[in-house]
Design a protein around this ligand. Sequence first.
Ligand code: AMP
Ligand code: MG
Length: 406
Amino acid sequence: MTGLEEARETILSSVSPLGAEVVAVPDVVGRVLASDQFSPWDLPMWDNSAMDGYAVRAADCQERSVLPVRGFLPAGKPAVDALEPGQADRILTGAPLPAGADAVVPFELTEAVPDGVRLLVRPAVGDHVRKRGGDLRAGQAVLTEGRVLGPAEVAVLAATGRSTVPVVRRPRVAVLSTGDELLVPGEPLRDGRIHDSNGPALAAAALRTGVVPTVLPIARDHPDDLRRSLETGLRADVLVTSAGVSAGDRDLVREVLGDLGAKEAFWQVDIQPGRPMAFATNDTCRVFALPGNPVAALLTFEVFVRPALRRMLGHRRPVEPLLRARLEEDVRPRANRVTLRRVRLERTADGLVATSAGRQATGFVTTLARADGIAFIPRGEDVLTAGTRVDVQPLRAEADFTGEMA
Ligand code: AMP
Ligand code: MG
């Protein structure tokens, strides 16, 4: 059996960031920048006013100077002529400073008088002026490759005139549920069948990771049907299947994948739940054959598939940092397998506390829905007593922890 770390290493070493595609600037949120971006010009492009007020030549001004007002400069209208000594222009925030002017006196530090404006302060050179290039210089790298783009990066790109930007393309991900017992949610339940929850759940997990998956029609536990579906799935960059991967009579996924030329890198990881899981590859596709059990399917996605997708998406840290949390109750580890314990998390003055999210039986999806994270309980003989600190992989943002609501 393969250890969790070893399995993840095998997976991560078989994937790398995909190539670039050009995407419209507002749509790049959450994507990873594919190349360094440089500013084509100084930002701001010209000296401009940081306040609504009067543009002046500081050398001409004393406290209580009265200056004639020559003109009015709103934003977006550069002054045509230079400001002559002793003049002022009424100017609004963001308007280019007229040539000759070197300071702005805000309205609130002036008084209107019949023949112009009276200054109530003596301005110094540069007061309330945003200098050309103060934010960025032409040719300067504004964002470097690997940067995860958020609203602030979008602001910088747009401010430097970009409408599109190269980002790492998203992997094409196919999700395939397999099993004779499965019905599409919405179909009426009948004789011993169940609704496919893995397909929608794994698709949702892919979406949460930042990819848009294709959900294939359910495949039956029959070699021909599976072959057709797996063949389609293998055309994607990543194929995520669920079920049919244990050692039962109808567990055909591995065999058919092998027939289709996918090479199995490992089968069975020493984790609980999630042990029967296979990873296989061909030249173009990475195949995660996840267990059928809905809890195991989703947990193995989070632990193995999510980091692989993150690496393909260009993230520098495919495996996200773990949290440390204190166990609220005693936990008995397994002797020979890492336990993926579903826990609720709560922030206390003494750090995070991890409480069981409910019955840890592998069939209980509601326990998974209550879980805020996966606590990794290392294999061992001795009970981990309450208070022991363990690593936890969060399943949602802290603001969304289920806490007392559960
Ligand atoms: P298997 O690995 O095919 O033996 O499936 C293990 C368990 O997971 C069985 O109880 C299946 O009915 C259940 N299961 C398999 N696929 C799904 C699915 N897509 N949605 C919900 N339950 C499933
Ligand atoms: Mg089955």
